[in-house]
Design a protein around this ligand. Structure first.
Ligand SMILES: Cc1cc2nc3c(=O)[nH]c(=O)nc-3n(C[C@H](O)[C@H](O)[C@H](O)COP(=O)(O)O)c2cc1C
Length: 368
């Protein structure tokens, strides 16, 4: 751990991440924006949106499903067909042309899915429904009981993640982030409340981490561990999560993966005072990316700079920010110069199609 007050300049120092040299330490966190086609193909509008944000040290592109049953919501992106690869290629080329770099987050929703959206009954570690309604094209509807994954489902899902990672590389991404956070499939395997299995994938902590380890190792074997990040969110109760034994899950998981040579570990909603985060920093030998807890209803006037500095002081190497990048295409310039930041204008517009609330946030130049 470094001293308690890292120099404000450290956020703007270069750092290596896997095979990349990042020009500074402020990464765009994955943000689902539902602007793909109904089939999950990225649109030209998405290329514009990401290219506008190319001054991020790294863009982690939004959650993309590795197979049809993993789809969470309407118009989210996917990465399991040639059309998905072609659509994403337009995006990565637009970002590269602006000097940027991208990873793609791979997310399987597990029980956070609905037949009205994917056409399929969702699958999960255990047949326990999401304890809340779920967003579909017809509005919020009651969740359905997912089908318990068989051993064959587990094997094929691991293979789908590996194939999705290969597709992402073909689409021009520098690497992928495996999504094991926020109550999606991998997180559902980790948590005691969602995983009631009695086979080798359920029960003890050692069993509950197995699926996440297998997926991560398969993805690392497919594209090289230095091109793979893993996102976790210890303590998160999003999507009805009950982890049960957070203090044991993460040391066990990271112990199993510490020697894998991954590009980074990404901790969502990271609190510098959290003993689990401190333990993670001690145990994790590689790059640690941390996403601070910003106020729910307001982006701080400094864009998240002070929150980021506190996490660097607590041992993080790289900081991921979500809403500040969403509302500020030129966030880095604003943070460097202390210029005021745009607030998210209408939270509802985060998840509906079109340019409004997406590609029309002004830059400093635009406002003069
Ligand atoms: C509109 C929106 C979409 C999000 N989509 C994703 C996602 O696809 N994958 C993910 O891991 N987290 C997702 N998140 C969580 C963000 O990555 C981030 O952790 C969260 O917004 C907190 O960071 P912030 O305060 O800087 O926005 C999303 C958050 C928002 C607001």
């Amino acid at each position: 751990m470094t001293n308690a007050s890292a120099s404000p300049q450290k956020l703007f120092e270069a750092v290596t991440l896997g095979p990349l040299t990042l020009p500074h330490r402020l990464v765009m966190a994955p943000l689902t924006r539902n602007r793909a086609t109904p089939e999950g193909v990225p649109t030209p509008l998405m290329a514009t949106y990401y290219a506008q944000r190319a001054t991020a040290a790294l863009i982690i592109a939004e959650a993309s499903t590795p197979n049809a049953v993993g789809q969470t919501y309407p118009n989210i992106t996917a990465i399991h067909s040639p059309a998905h690869i072609a659509g994403w290629r337009r995006v990565t080329e637009a970002v590269r042309a602006e000097g940027g770099r991208m990873f793609l987050q791979i997310q399987h929703g597990g029980r956070a899915g609905h037949p009205d959206t994917s056409g399929l009954t969702p699958v999960a570690p255990s047949p326990i429904a999401l304890p809340e309604t779920i967003h579909t094209s017809a509005g919020r509807v009651p969740s359905v009981v997912p089908r318990e994954m068989t051993a064959e489902d587990i094997t094929s899902t691991v293979a789908d993640f590996a194939a999705a990672a290969r597709n992402a590389i073909e689409a021009g991404f520098e690497g992928v982030e495996v999504h094991s956070a926020n109550g999606h499939l991998l997180h559902q395997f980790l948590g005691r409340g969602t995983n009631r299995r009695t086979d080798a994938y359920g029960g003890s902590v050692e069993h509950r981490i197995r699926f996440v380890v297998e997926v991560t190792e398969a993805v690392a074997a497919a594209i090289g561990p230095e091109r793979v990040g893993l996102r976790i969110s210890p303590w998160s109760t999003v999507n009805g999560m009950e982890e049960g034994d957070t203090e044991e899950i993460y040391p066990a998981l990271l112990g199993a993966l510490a020697g894998s040579g991954l590009a980074y570990l990404h901790v969502g909603y990271a609190d510098p005072e959290d003993p689990v985060l401190q333990r993670i920093r001690k145990d994790w030998p590689g790059t640690l990316m941390a996403n601070p807890v910003l106020p729910k209803d307001r982006i701080p006037d400094d864009g998240g700079l002070a929150h980021g500095e506190r996490l660097l002081a607590a041992g993080a190497d790289v900081i991921a920010l979500g809403r500040p990048f969403l509302a500020n295409p030129d966030l880095i310039r604003r943070m460097r110069t202390g210029a005021p930041v745009n607030q998210v204008r209408d939270a509802y517009m985060m998840y509906v199609g079109g340019e409004t609330g997406y590609t029309d946030y002004p830059t400093l130049d635009a406002v003069g």
